[in-house]
Design a protein around this ligand. Sequence first.
Ligand SMILES: O=C(O)CCC(=O)C(=O)O
Length: 341
Amino acid sequence: MAAFSDDEKNREKTVNVNANYKYNHSNVPFSKYDLMSDEERKNDLEKVKTGLKQYTIFSKEECLEIEKNINRVVSKADKGYYKKHTVDRAPLRNKYFFGEGYTYGSQLERKGPRQERLFEEGTVDKIPDWIYKLVINRLVKKNIIKKNFVNSAVINDYLPGGCIVSHIDPPHIFERPIVSVTFFSDSALSFGCKFAFKPIRCSKPLYVLKLQRGQVTTMDGYAADEITHCIRPTDVKSRRAVIILRKVREDAPRLRSISIHRPSTKADHRKRNRKDDLDDDISDRKKMKLCKFGGLYSDKMENKAKSIVITDKVIGQLFGKRKHIEAGDAHFTSNQNEVDE
Ligand SMILES: O=C(O)CCC(=O)C(=O)O
């Protein structure tokens, strides 16, 4: 095929943007896919699809049983039963981490790729037996995942209008595939969306994968590594939960920090994302300052005590205020290390 001149390429882009602008009737952002030719989009779409598989293995009765257990997790969390890093609350979307949990989104001291860190060992609850019995073992039996693959199970519980902004599950933390099972209601996983906020809105996805209640989805290759995925607010019409089953890499970086080992409460999580964890990038100078302000930290203490109380005031003095979800964006959670397309 003859090569296009720059002028021709630009004209091609303009034509595509204009074509997509028909869709863009309400100040919707553009993504890089809006600027691609139909041919380029088609190629990317094929690559995404090759990385996705879906299986329908859970009956309605099995879904009901699993959903009952999800509800038990929710009520235990409300009663403060779980460890501090098991529960992560956000408007219209709560997450429950089992096996492993990690810092992401606004919890990160530094934004950007590869900044996510596993929480200290023992600071999230272990994977509940019912998840093994009712979900993981079934997937192993069906040869969807290998025995002992899963060491992290996360439940996301969305209310209508809840979402997860565009992101790639950090490859330095998680092996592939990423496996998920949908409960309570159908939804859709979108690929290649760009988000804008206040009010929240997103570009036309490159691909929308329907997710049915009880359906298993696996994501690998290009779909997992080269394009972002998200759940759009518009695709959560009624309560939906997902159980995400992943393998944390053996060499995944972990916080060296010290957290408060006590059950979490709703009030804690309202104050969540405050600086009660310091990641392993904290410089010695900051530690010294922390010692000065809080009188609490030394390497020896870190090894021995494994428990520290760092007040917001102390951390505020050290790091300044961290960005939080803005009021008025009550339906949006920025708790992903967002990588928009
Ligand atoms: O809700 C889903 O199916 C996807 C969730 C997700 O991508 C995540 O929590 O990282």
